[in-house]
Design a protein around this ligand. Structure first.
Ligand code: GLN
Length: 288
């Protein structure tokens, strides 16, 4: 790649042409806008008003390497180090799952159900970037929120996200498959978006996910695909107060199986909820 000029308009056109075959016109425009905003702070109207701005060599290099990364399917969120969730900017990095828009729907349902309940205690099992835990803490200020994750990186990122967004949450680095909580019947809500994609479903997934996102946050074995759901339900059975609620994001192909497992682990009113594309994506249940 050799850029013909350091004039912003020419640079934009040049990289637009490189990105288009992979991302299409509209998405390429968006991606470049995100990069120019991230690296130089220019927004769309500034770019339109000052098309003849000049980029320095080092500025040009930043765009150059970012576009190279995009061309090998690296998610833009890992390039900028940020991802939006529930309207907030969360820090993300390789090793931690990028928040998904479906997950916002689950957070929304939980906020609606619990906004008038106080006091309120919430556990998020397998928190990743902390997007669920931190968003709930922001929208339910009466809640005490605790987030768990096996990954040290995830825990430190969640801590940073909580600090940046100004909420106080507790953290515990632990394997939820090994967690044997001593708190009994105290917690009001358990929420989890655990790994749930079966290894055999890998071939349906995009390169940007497979090549860049952490396997440990995504995949389960075909032999025991509900292992995390069972662990989360077991923990819920111990720590949830009577009428406390369990909320899980699930594999769309395993709604019935997940619902049955939860019912058999001491829960009632088990409900499957669809996401915005009509897929069985969440299960909620009430502790017996
Ligand atoms: N929905 C995510 C994906 O398909 C998976 C998230 C998860 O495993 N918890 O990329």
């Amino acid at each position: 790649m050799k850029v013909p000029s350091n004039n912003l308009r020419v640079v934009r056109e040049y990289y637009q042409n490189l990105l288009e075959p992979l991302y299409g016109k509209q998405e390429s425009v968006q991606l470049l806008l995100i990069l120019f905003k991230h690296f130089f702070g220019y927004d769309r109207s500034q770019l339109a008003l000052q098309p003849d701005l000049k980029l320095s060599e080092s500025e040009l290099l930043k765009v150059h390497f970012a576009v190279k990364d995009l061309l090998r399917h690296k998610p833009i969120q890992y390039i900028t180090g940020e991802s939006e969730f529930m309207g907030y900017a969360f820090l993300v990095k390789p090793g931690v799952l990028i928040p998904r828009p479906e997950t916002e729907e689950m957070v929304d349902m939980i906020i609606k159900r619990f906004q008038n309940r106080s006091p309120l205690s919430i556990w998020d099992l397998g928190t990743g970037s902390g997007c669920i835990a931190v968003s709930l803490a922001l929208s339910l200020p009466q809640a005490k929120v605790k987030a768990f994750d096996l990954s040290e990186e995830a825990i430190s990122l969640t801590k940073l996200n909580a600090q940046r967004l100004n909420v106080d949450i507790s953290l515990q680095q632990t394997d939820i498959l090994e967690l044997r909580p001593t708190e009994r019947k105290k917690i009001d809500v358990i929420v989890s978006n655990p790994p749930y994609v079966r290894q055999s479903e890998r071939h349906h997934m995009q390169k940007n996910v497979l090549d860049f996102e952490p396997d440990m946050a995504l995949f389960v074995s075909d032999e025991d695909p509900l292992i995390f759901n069972q662990a989360v339900a077991n923990i819920g059975d111990k720590v949830l107060a009577k009428d406390g609620e369990l909320w899980l994001e699930i594999n769309e192909a395993l709604g019935k199986e997940t619902a049955a497992l939860i019912e058999n682990t001491g829960f009632k009113k088990v409900q499957i909820h669809q996401d915005f594309s009509g897929r069985d994506r969440f299960v909620s249940a009430v502790k017996n």
